[in-house]
Design a protein around this ligand. Structure first.
Ligand SMILES: *[C@@H]1O[C@H](CO)[C@@H](O)[C@H](O)[C@H]1NC(C)=O
Ligand SMILES: *[C@@H]1O[C@H](CO)[C@@H](O)[C@H](O)[C@H]1NC(C)=O
Ligand SMILES: *[C@@H]1O[C@H](CO)[C@@H](O)[C@H](O)[C@H]1NC(C)=O
Ligand SMILES: *[C@@H]1O[C@H](CO)[C@@H](O)[C@H](O)[C@H]1NC(C)=O
Ligand SMILES: *[C@@H]1O[C@H](CO)[C@@H](O)[C@H](O)[C@H]1NC(C)=O
Length: 299
């Protein structure tokens, strides 16, 4: 009998390994939240503000626009007026958008239970509300950076190619004629460990192209300040989203590539054949991000 004691642990381990590989084959990340409850006044649980907020939040998932993944609505008068904006990441299917935004609207109330103004960046969407008008206004702050704990091999080499990629995405995201203000693309880089960069930029569609460009430029400049050398970075702002990774993280079949307008990348490294570095490094990014979230949560 006692020799079978390890069996539950073994089964658990096998299940865990399977679960990890299933998750990895879809979107290779866990769901992370970053949020900020802003100090712009509090409401009480039986106030009209709370009623309006609840009504607004419960309307997001069913009414979010499937064309641009965006939602804006205001309810109430004067000091009871609540304004809300929600945006899904541009590579999601409409059903994914609805599901994730539902999760985010529930989560933001849990994280910020009595603040009149709050923002939450979910892995796949953003939700924000305020007692002040927010629709159609560029908002660069609050800003939250998040980064991988692993660094690229040579920051100068890698970040030079990153700049080229982000520059081309910047124009495409801000000035394209799509309903969504976004762009995503990959670029090869001469790094023996991390030969490819995946990058994604998106703005809320309620700001102008020039404002979108400004927001993304600020975010690109932030990368070296917060996270120099990291192999994955997110810069989160209310009006724009910037992220890059050395592993795929968005749905490539859902994005139109602006590759053609870019100069060719520097010489490619020889493909790796030993497979040692392939794919096994996600937990480090997840861990770093997790610690970062945890730290924010505790702080
Ligand atoms: C990516 O998009 C394609 C095409 O729209 C879709 O068929 C596929 O299920 C999506 N993949 C994920 C992981 O959502
Ligand atoms: C709102 O409540 C939070 C705690 O939930 C508190 O830290 C903050 O000072 C309050 N703000 C105002 C303006 O009363
Ligand atoms: C949102 O989704 C995450 C991950 O699936 C889950 O852990 C969390 O409980 C959900 N939040 C709410 C409020 O349902
Ligand atoms: C990554 O680079 C940063 C900044 O240059 C440095 O502080 C950090 O220790 C590096 N991390 C690792 C794991 O080498
Ligand atoms: C904002 O909401 C209004 C009212 O529902 C809607 O007509 C408008 O199209 C929305 N704006 C955007 C950019 O989606």
């Amino acid at each position: 009998m006692s020799s079978w004691k390890w069996l539950p642990s073994f089964i658990f381990l096998v299940c865990l390994i399977n679960l990890v590989s299933i998750v990895k084959s879809q979107f290779p990340t866990q769901i992370f939240f970053f949020y900020e409850c802003q100090n712009n006044g509090n409401y009480t649980s039986n106030s009209p503000y709370k009623t309006n907020l609840d009504n607004l939040l419960s309307s997001v998932s069913t009414n979010i626009n499937t064309n641009n993944g965006f939602y804006n609505k205001s309810i109430g008068e004067n000091s009871d007026r609540v304004n809300l904006i929600a945006l899904c990441r541009a590579d999601l299917q409409p059903s994914q958008c609805r599901d994730y935004v539902k999760n985010a609207t529930a989560e933001i109330l849990k994280r910020c239970p009595n603040q009149k103004q709050a923002i939450l960046w979910h892995e796949f969407c953003m939700v924000r509300y305020s007692n002040e008008a927010i629709f159609g206004t560029l908002a660069n702050s609050p800003m939250k950076p998040a980064y991988s704990v692993e660094n690229v091999t040579n920051t100068d080499v890698f970040y030079r190619e990153l700049d080229v990629l982000l520059n081309s995405l910047h124009d495409h995201a801000a000035f394209n004629s799509l309903p969504k203000k976004f762009a995503a693309a990959t670029r090869g880089v001469n790094d023996p460990k991390y030969p490819k960069i995946y990058a994604f930029e998106q703005c809320t569609p309620d700001i102008t192209s020039v404002e979108c460009g400004e927001c993304l430029t600020k975010s690109a400049q932030q990368i070296r300040e917060c996270c120099n050398g990291a192999r994955g970075v997110r810069i989160l702002r209310p009006s724009c989203y910037l992220r890059f990774e050395t592993d795929p993280f968005y749905n490539e079949t859902m994005v139109e590539s602006p590759k053609r307008s870019m100069p060719p990348p520097a010489a490619q490294p020889a493909p790796q054949r030993d497979g040692r570095s392939s794919g096994s490094t996600y937990p480090h990014w997840n861990l770093g991000l997790f610690l970062f979230s945890l730290f924010n949560f505790i702080a």
